[in-house]
Design a protein around this ligand. Structure first.
Ligand SMILES: [Zn+2]
Length: 333
């Protein structure tokens, strides 16, 4: 079979986050498609306009807008693009539910993040500040009406390709991968990137609106991510179109590198635990990154909580309930 591979044009936008830039992708076909929509920061829409113009097109001509997950830096311009173009907005049903109810969902995320940081030993001031920061960053996006709510296994036409919808949660709750096996190209979003480590963000489970403390004590996100990566090891091949960084080939090699890095990180974290010593996630973060643990507290916490959850699952660490709701870990006796 000699199919042409769908051509994705990269639009690099400022994310506003530590990761640096974020990608949106234009596909000049039928329908004229935009994949992801950056953060709504000054100059962002102008960059999308310029990228359209380079293809001889305008934002108003975008017919399909596909969103890979619900994070701020991937949905920021979605409402404006949809309003100006009338494009069909396409996303996983779970993503759609979040985007329909942006302000309420963000408020829950903020409450959850504060609870999570406190439960895991971070100072109250850091928890408060992080909540305020998440609230402020949420203004880089807003509510979006999704017209086509996807279920796993559905097929989306992009350019010359037919892309199968896969749910590969772990980086976020809603990570959606679009696989065109015949065309040899996959929109991997933030699920799989070559230039950035696989980062399990400590997101609130989307259907959780109460019981934040109980949820915050469950640290299964890295395990879930590793399950998704194991699935991708089987079915991803060819060219990857990521949420951040350059497109890349040989996804299996990249997944192997990520898994090896996670193993190394698990060893490093485990080594911090002396015999009989009990450490919170915050204490681990401060030992691992003495200067920078609190620079991006939610990133630090997400990384460490992923590793601690994995080590607990493998019975290399044991969770310990402390006073109040707090939780820490130690080596098993
Ligand atoms: Zn991202």
């Amino acid at each position: 079979m000699n199919r042409t591979r769908t051509r994705f044009h990269r639009v690099e936008l400022e994310s506003g986050y530590a990761v640096g830039s974020v990608n949106a992708w234009l596909v000049d076909g039928d329908p004229f498609t935009l994949v992801d929509a950056g953060s709504r920061l000054p100059g962002a829409i102008e960059r999308v306009e310029a990228a359209c113009a380079a293809l001889g097109r305008r934002v108003e001509q975008i017919e399909q807008l596909i969103l890979t997950h619900h994070h701020v830096d991937h949905v920021g311009l979605a409402a404006e693009v949809a309003r100006r173009s009338g494009a069909t907005v396409v996303a996983l049903a779970q993503t759609a539910a979040y985007l329909a109810d942006w302000d309420a969902q963000v408020a829950r995320d903020v409450a959850f993040a504060r609870a999570a940081l406190r439960v895991h030993g971070f100072p109250a001031a850091i928890a408060e500040e992080t909540g305020a920061r998440l609230q402020a960053e949420a203004r880089w996006a807003g509510a979006v009406r999704v017209d086509r709510r996807l279920a796993v296994g559905e097929v989306v036409a992009i350019g010359s390709g037919s892309f199968e919808v896969l749910h590969r949660p772990g980086h976020s709750e809603t990570d959606t991968v679009f696989l065109d096996a015949a065309g040899g190209v996959t929109i991997s979003g933030d699920h799989l990137m070559r230039d950035h480590a696989s980062m399990p963000m400590f997101d609130r489970p989307i259907d959780t609106a109460t019981e934040y403390v109980a949820q915050a004590r469950r640290c299964e996100r890295l395990l879930r991510y590793r399950g998704s990566l194991a699935d991708s090891l089987h079915d991803l091949d060819g060219l990857m179109i990521p949420g951040h960084g350059e497109p890349f080939e040989q996804p299996r090699e990249v997944i192997g590198r990520h898994l090896a890095f996670q193993d190394e990180q698990a060893r490093q974290v485990l080594d911090l635990f002396g015999r009989g010593e009990t450490l919170s996630a915050c204490a681990v973060a401060e030992r691992l990154w003495p200067r920078t643990a609190f620079r991006w507290p939610f990133l630090s916490a997400s990384t460490i909580l992923g590793v601690l959850g994995r080590l607990a699952d493998e019975e290399r660490l044991t969770p310990v309930a402390l006073d109040g709701d707090a939780i820490a870990y130690r080596r098993p006796r």
